[in-house]
Write a protein that binds this ligand. Structure first.
Ligand code: EPU
Length: 425
């Protein structure tokens, strides 16, 4: 196993290139199952999760050629429709092959994802949505067994107890592209990653209206064709480096051309007194001494609300800013596994139900901490960059699932970070 060794409080400065979006890339890769023709994707991030999805596509009868950030997906003519437990347990997002398999091969056998580090993550909306399109679904031996008899257009409301589901919307929309008749998805996810998928499906010949809104209407077509498509840049990676600039009081420029996707974070920065500017594809964050920042109060919500994937990251800001800040989780009420690790670094955070209360602390101190999931891991790296002295962040395999060249990008802006072998489990 690997760990990161970080010495905090180093001045950071420079430019970071933001990679393609992980959460857009995964459903876009799955969409290639909807056609026999070649699909070429550009700006593919090189990550553990995209590698896992490519492995899954190969299991499902695709031949995938990877040339750096370009991926070409070809058909081998084999019709395979089983996503095994081995692969789904590595990555929950594998569930997003369910809709395309059902649409294309009329049946799918996909392992149920197991537990998740940040609480229960059901897939009931995915299944009910596919049933609304005429699929028959049953659970057998830990697998979802789905049959299309055939798929017909229907109406489905994606609203669950904690809002809409991103991958649920993606699954139903992909199934609907090849269903007979028209489908309406109400309360569809409006996340930029879902919007990106809808644009790619349109490039493949799908008939979709309402893209980017909460009502998607999909007119089924007989078949979809191949396409060449460029994945949007990763807003969560951009947000991560933006928060690094803010929390360490540094000026960092991001080669990132979709600042509109970062609006909830940039609005928060404005409220706290952190400057940002955008010009010609470059977003610059000008951090100041965090002692000058105002405390804040946010709630994570589906897009365009504040993203849950930045909740742990922005918590570092709440720790270094004076006063009391509040972060409420509106999507995953238990996504707070990073809090005890932050407190070991000298933070003063209490969790009351779905709200974390960050009280002023005397300063973060380096410590040995461990990542419990991808974003929690990245937040510990940010905390370590702000902390006095040396930290070791363990279980960094979580971080490597979703951040391309994280260590190299951090070194380039002056961070003192190195990878080391971790003998402990
Ligand atoms: N939900 C249900 N029933 C369902 C599906 C979801 O009740 O059938 C609930 C969940 O319990 C949760 C909410 O709906 O409260 C949204 O969760 P969901 O499981 O639908 O999220 P997702 O679509 O599987 C994507 C991202 C996550 C991100 C969430 C929320 C990908 C690959 N993953 O997951 O990203 O946190 O949306 O924005 O797109 C990450 O990148 O670190 C990550 C976890």
């Amino acid at each position: 196993m690997k760990k990161y060794v970080i010495t905090g409080k180093k001045p950071l400065k420079g430019t970071v290139s933001i990679s393609g979006s992980k959460n857009a890339a995964l459903p876009l890769l799955a969409a290639s199952l909807l056609t026999n023709e070649d699909v070429t994707l550009h700006n593919m991030p090189v990550l553990r999760d995209t590698e896992t999805m490519i492995e899954l596509l190969a299991m499902l009868g695709k031949k995938v050629i990877v040339e750096n950030e370009k991926v070409v997906i070809k058909s081998t003519g084999e019709k395979k429709y089983k996503a095994t437990y081995d692969i789904v347990k590595q990555m929950r997002a594998s569930i997003v092959v369910l809709g395309p398999l059902l649409a294309r091969y009329k049946k799918a056998h996909v392992s149920l994802p197991g537990g998740c580090a940040f609480g229960p993550r059901p897939v009931d909306l995915h299944l009910k949505g596919l049933e609304a399109l005429g699929a028959t679904i049953c659970m057998k031996h830990g697998y979802i067994d789905a049959v299309a008899n055939p798929l017909v257009g229907g109406r489905f409301n994606m609203m669950g107890e904690f809002g809409t589901s991103v991958l649920g919307t993606d699954n139903i929309a992909m199934a609907a592209t090849l269903a007979k008749g028209s489908t309406i998805i109400e309360n569809a996810a409006r996340e930029p990653e879902t919007e990106d998928l809808m644009h790619m499906l349109t490039a493949m010949g799908a008939k979709i209206s309402g893209i980017g809104t909460s009502i998607l209407t999909i007119e089924g077509v007989k078949e979809l064709h191949g396409c060449e498509y460029t994945i949007i840049p990763d807003r969560i990676e951009a947000g991560t480096f933006a928060i690094i600039a803010a929390a360490t009081g540094s000026q960092i420029s991001l080669k990132y051309n979709r600042p509109e996707h970062l609006e909830p974070l940039l609005d928060l920065f404005k409220e706290c007194g952190i400057g940002s500017s955008y010009k010609n594809g470059v977003l610059t964050i000008t951090g100041k001494n965090p002692a000058s920042y105002k405390p804040f109060k946010i709630t994570t919500l589906p897009y365009p609300g504040f993203p849950t994937d930045m909740q742990s990251l922005v918590m570092v800001l709440g720790c270094v800013a004076p006063g009391i800040s509040f972060i409420s989780e509106g999507i995953y009420p238990n996504r707070f596994n990073h809090v005890p690790e932050f407190n070991r670094m000298g933070a003063n955070i209490e969790v009351d139900q779905n709200t974390a209360i960050m009280k002023e602390c005397v300063g973060l101190q380096g410590a040995t901490v461990q990542a419990s999931d991808l974003r929690a891991g990245a937040s510990l790296v940010i905390a370590a960059l702000c902390a006095e002295g040396k930290s070791e962040v363990r279980r960094v395999y979580h971080i490597e699932r979703g951040y391309e060249d994280f260590v190299a990008k951090l070194k380039k802006i002056g961070a003192s970070i190195r990878e080391a072998k971790d003998t402990l489990i």
